[in-house]
Design a protein around this ligand. Sequence first.
Ligand code: FAD
Length: 410
Amino acid sequence: MSDVSARVVIVGAGHAGGSAAALLRQYGWQGPITLIGGEPVPPYQRPPLSKTWLHGAGALADLLLRPAAFYRSSRIELQSACNVLAIDRVGGTVRLAQGDDVAYDHLILATGAHARVLPVPGHDLAGIAVLRSLTDADHLRSLIVPGAHIAIVGAGYIGLEVAASARSLGADVVVIEREARVLARVASTPLSDFFQRRHAEAGVGIMLDVTVDAFEGVGGRVAAVRLTDGTVVACDAALVGVGVVPNDALAQAGGLACDDGIVVDRAARTADPAIHAIGDCTRRPLPLYGRTGRLESVPNATEQAKQAAADLCGRAPPPPEVPWFWSDQFDIRLQIAGLPLDVAEIVVRGDPQSGSFAIFHLTGGGVVQCVEAVNAPAEFMAGRMMIARRRPAVASRLRDVSCSIRELAG
Ligand code: FAD
């Protein structure tokens, strides 16, 4: 067991870092905890940024993971608006942008990810937004006004969630996607078809199989997106939502193994016994799937925060969780459990036209690997249990809505 009176420094005050600090106290850590974050606010939830926050609903206090007073009362020293520039693993310190060094006995890297830039001419024109932080969201919110023409590059979750929000706010929206379907990287074809139809019904323009050549501006401000086929899409503002890149440069410069994310084990340990890494910045084992991967989700950030805190406090590791994720668009709540890996068969349960259905992904042996549930919380819960149990399911019974989903999971 670790010396629970030692000094823990956490770099990155986002979902993972904020959760780890709180869990360390909950699990009995007595020593100093310093939580250092580059943003000017305490740890907050990012999911609302593409959803309710764009509608102007809620205050900052509603976004925060915990009230600011929690850190004081829990003896967690929160240093906001403070970037860490380097790690000295030999000396056991981190160097702050302000010039000070902060000493650690244990370091937790929770540096998250940043929005990928589209490397085309004009990408830095005014009126082009990305969406990762609260500052980004406030910028985007100022651009989405009724009647504005908004071009969204990328039909992933961020792009589609913002499209739904912007449309509800009365903006004119066009989504520009390189792949042949929306959500191509992250969802099955039936799910893509469903979302594509719902967005089209709501008046969102969707352009597929097209590539951005450049952003064109007038007076330094974006006025159009030019595609490689010569099409010009006029716009007043644009959002680029083409994925994220893990913030692993600090770890790399410190000599830690990185492979599109900081490489960690099941307890969120790096190869350095004094350093853990958690959240979007990591490449982690996926025990149910026999491989490693990078997960970008709140449940993953929380799970790895538990792993690191339990490991440091000498507690039993938390049981491996089935990865899960959610997305809200219009009146649709999508919940996904598991990952669509090694899939031989896809089973659709329910009628997509009804707006409530689920898609189960099975291996050749019938083991459920993933469920995509649209306004279908019972199927989501049942699917999660089936994924964890690894027992083969019978596809014809899953498809048959007269078979109780609870009995199938039981
Ligand atoms: P982050 O929350 O990104 O926190 C990392 C923090 O580290 C940042 O504050 C960053 O400034 C700071 N940092 C980085 N480098 C340094 C440094 N050198 N020094 C100091 N600080 C540093 N997930 C879901 O499960 N469901 C959803 O519906 C969903 N919707 C989302 C909507 C949006 C708009 C966004 C942006 C994300 C969404 N996500 C969603 C993803 C989820 O928010 C992330 O997976 C989660 O925030 C990851 O937590 P993290 O702590 O690893 O990273």
